[in-house]
Design a protein around this ligand. Structure first.
Ligand SMILES: Cc1ncc(COP(=O)(O)O)c(C=O)c1O
Length: 372
């Protein structure tokens, strides 16, 4: 069996986790602060706030952007459902936008098509690591007074105009789930440019407590904390951060390998005009968090048959990205037609791609695909 993913974890991560356990400080503490500093260095973000996962990070980002009841937030339906789900957490309303037929991402034109007078924020997703064309989207949001939040759950190390995703927008949220390039088991990171928003979100992730645990424990005088608003427990642990530090140090290596594997798939599939393989867009470079191919022929029936025949052949495959508006949780939400979203969700599939995948295994995957 060739699995669809295999996190690249080894002895170094195990030792880092063991070291954190032996230190006696296992909840949010000095390792989380170290991980945040390393994350800023790796991405160019001004501030970074580690959180329990990307979904809780998106919730805090919406609070940081000042979004609340009565506001509309535009999101792609073509995304993991967390992108839409975090909007009602702040009492706001979801507006679904369609995506581009080549990149799977929202575009300025697609956002403009569904813009409402109450639109106060956009959550734009770098889908499967494919960088958004941020310039026109940021310009549209700035012109209309809406906050741009990037959902970069899959996009650590992807580049926009040569620069890693992180510092381009006020709030950019990452995931460290094991399906992502860098993992801490569960975990997330908010990259933030504004020091006041960063300070507030840092407090909100910890019950809105006025003092960090590190500050309280390292003070010689007795300190009393206060709680000035209703907060959350969205903390990452030091065990996770210790693993994250090791993973982050491997980021260049991880991305170089993924890009080489993707190039090999593209070679093996060259000349097939019945499918489309993912490629870098003109404005950036993807980290190939997933290798998602789109069928240009045969529709959903062929895609579903391929999922079955490839699984039967021992190849781990998955359907492409879900469409939130097709799930029961969002079925009652009014929306404009989403034809490209529906095409992507029904006519795409994800092939195995992970650091230790071999060229021979890629050939087995492609043989199973072409035999289907
Ligand atoms: C685009 C996108 N946003 C948000 C999430 C949620 O991430 P997490 O599982 O870290 O909450 C995911 C996870 O798959 C995702 O792909």
């Amino acid at each position: 069996m060739i699995p669809i993913i295999k996190p690249w974890l080894g002895e170094e991560e195990a030792l880092a986790a063991a070291h954190a356990v032996r230190s006696g400080w296992i909840a949010q503490g000095p390792k989380v602060a170290e991980f945040e500093a390393a994350f800023c260095k790796a991405t160019g973000a001004a501030h970074a706030i580690a959180v329990s996962n990307c979904t809780t990070g998106l919730h805090l980002a919406l609070i940081g952007a000042g979004i609340g009841p009565g506001d509309d937030v535009i999101v792609p339906s073509l995304s993991f459902i967390a992108t839409a789900n975090c909007v009602p957490y702040v009492g706001a309303n979801v507006v679904f936008a369609d995506v581009d037929p080549v990149t799977q991402n929202v575009t300025a034109e697609g956002l403009d098509a569904v813009w409402t007078p109450r639109t106060r924020a956009v959550i734009a997703v770098h889908q499967v690591g494919m960088p958004l064309d941020l310039g026109p989207i940021a310009a549209l949001c700035a012109e209309r007074g809406a906050y741009l939040i990037e959902d970069a759950a899959c996009a650590i190390g992807s580049r926009y105009l040569g620069q890693r995703i992180g510092p381009h927008s006020g709030l950019v949220v990452f995931s460290f789930h094991p399906r992502k390039v860098v993992t801490t088991g569960e975990g997330g990171m908010i990259a933030c440019q504004d020091p006041a928003i960063a300070a507030r979100l840092r407090t909100l992730r910890q019950h809105a407590m006025s003092l960090s645990d590190v500050a309280r424990h390292s003070s010689r005088t007795f300190l009393f904390e206060t709680y000035d608003e209703v907060g959350y427990n969205y903390r990452m642990t030091d065990i996770q951060a210790a693993v994250g530090l090791v993973q982050l140090a491997k980021l260049d290596d991880m991305i170089a390998t993924r890009r080489a594997l993707a190039a090999h798939y593209a070679e093996l599939l060259a000349g097939r005009d019945d499918l489309m393989v993912p490629r870098d867009p003109p404005h950036g470079e993807t980290n190939f968090q997933s290798y998602c191919i789109k069928l240009l022929d045969g529709g959903r029936a062929r895609r579903d048959a391929l999922l079955q025949s490839m699984s039967d052949a021992g190849v781990g495959v998955k359907r492409g990205i879900m469409a939130s508006h097709l799930e029961k949780a969002w079925a009652a939400q009014p929306h404009a037609p989403l034809p490209e979203t529906e095409r992507w969700t029904h006519e795409s599939l994800v092939l195995p791609l992970y650091h230790t995948l071999t060229a021979d295994e890629q050939e087995v995957v492609v043989a199973a695909l072409l035999a289907g």
